[in-house]
Design a protein around this ligand. Structure first.
Ligand SMILES: N[C@@H](CCC[C@H](N)C(=O)O)C(=O)O
Length: 360
């Protein structure tokens, strides 16, 4: 069977944020005690058109909050899409295996905004290791695997909470390529994340820019596209190159042609593992604005590790205090680089967008 359904964004937004098990089309069914469940494939943005490949009606009382993801038809990937300030991810329940259910090649197709679900990355919730509650792995939309993702780990925390039908304040220990990360869901629904210590040693970031302050790179000059840029390099587990401007002027970030300059930083020979690049404007000592070109994903609406790197760089350059609001195209993040433990803390939202199934 294959029928087409058009689901409007307001209807999608009415999906219960904490329960990916039932579909809101429930309301259109006559006995309200029944729920309509759709398997949709493939999903096409921006018109929210789905091809429905399977449809079933289930008595409401039999549904558990995770029943949608418990669907076991072979050949289908059941997913929930989340976003953190518009940085969006296909979340996969991979808790039964340390082997990702999606290959890097499939991730590229799933992330495609025209021919796939559309996302900046695919995130796998896996069993914990080294004593942690969970492991998080992620593929970028180009199929590469980064060490960490700040907006992704907030979405991860909400996903775990939704899977376990938890409510209220919760905290998890998460093993990532950047080591131990601890997200905590706060009473207001935002997620505060202990992002660990920033790495400043040039060779560990990694960057080939000669260190100019102890072993780190702070306000050093590099040439990109024939222009001398001042940059500070920071790793939050993944590499970041932060710039507040060129040798001649401070940035007005809305004037940057990201699609043009971003790839030139990303693939610069000074960054052997490529780099994420943040272009930053300082409004005050506690208020910054950034745009990002992400390694493996291009221009995104937000980058959590990037916002953390920006505040660390701003402090190292003497431009800001330790607590800052960082405005990103998708909205603000609160970032603190705490003196007592040298850890960076990030606070921001994470929400369900929709869920569905796609044929792999
Ligand atoms: N958007 C993420 C970062 C995702 C990884 C990045 N593209 C990389 O390759 O390092 C964030 O919110 O931190």
């Amino acid at each position: 069977m294959s029928i087409a359904a058009i689901i409007s964004p307001p209807l999608l937004r009415s999906l219960p944020a904490t329960s990916p098990s039932s579909f809101p089309l429930t309301y259109s069914l006559k006995p309200s005690s029944f729920s309509l469940q759709l398997n949709v494939s493939p999903l096409r943005n921006p018109n929210f058109q789905f091809t429905v490949s399977a449809m079933s009606v289930t008595a409401q009382e039999n549904l558990s909050p995770t029943s949608f993801l418990d669907n076991k038809e072979t050949g289908f990937l059941h997913f929930v899409k989340y976003q953190g300030l518009g940085n969006d991810f296909i979340m996969v329940n991979n808790l039964d295996s340390m082997e990702p259910k999606v290959t890097p090649e499939q991730a590229v197709k799933l992330c495609d905004r025209n021919f796939g679900i559309g996302a900046d990355g695919v995130i796998f919730a896996m069993p914990g290791c080294n004593g942690t509650d969970y492991t998080m792995r992620i593929f970028n939309s180009d199929g590469s695997e980064p060490e960490m993702c700040g907006n992704g780990v907030r979405c991860f925390a909400k996903f775990i909470s939704d899977l376990n039908n938890l409510n209220g304040r919760q905290s998890f220990t998460v093993h990532t390529g950047a080591g131990l990360i601890i997200p905590e869901i706060q009473p207001d629904g935002k997620v505060k994340v202990d992002m660990g210590e920033p790495v400043l040693k040039a060779s560990d970031i990694p960057t080939k820019i000669p260190p100019n302050k102890n072993e780190s790179v702070v306000k050093a000059q590099i040439e990109v596209d024939g222009v001398n840029w001042n940059v500070t390099c920071v790793s939050m587990g993944n590499p970041h190159c932060v710039t507040f401007g060129t040798e001649n002027q401070n940035l007005v970030v809305d004037e940057i042609n990201l699609a043009d300059i971003g790839p030139k930083f990303e693939h610069h020979t000074l960054f052997p593992a490529r780099t994420n690049t943040e272009f930053v404007q300082v409004f005050s000592r506690s208020h910054l604005k950034m745009r990002v070109w992400e390694r493996g994903a291009g221009a995104t609406l937000a980058c959590g590790t990037g916002a953390c790197a920006v505040v660390v760089a701003a402090i190292l350059e003497g431009r800001s205090e330790r607590n800052c609001t960082v405005d990103l195209p998708g909205g603000p993040l609160e970032i603190e680089w705490r003196e007592e433990d040298n850890h960076v803390y990030m606070t921001g939202p994470a929400e369900v967008v929709f869920y569905g199934s796609v044929q792999l």
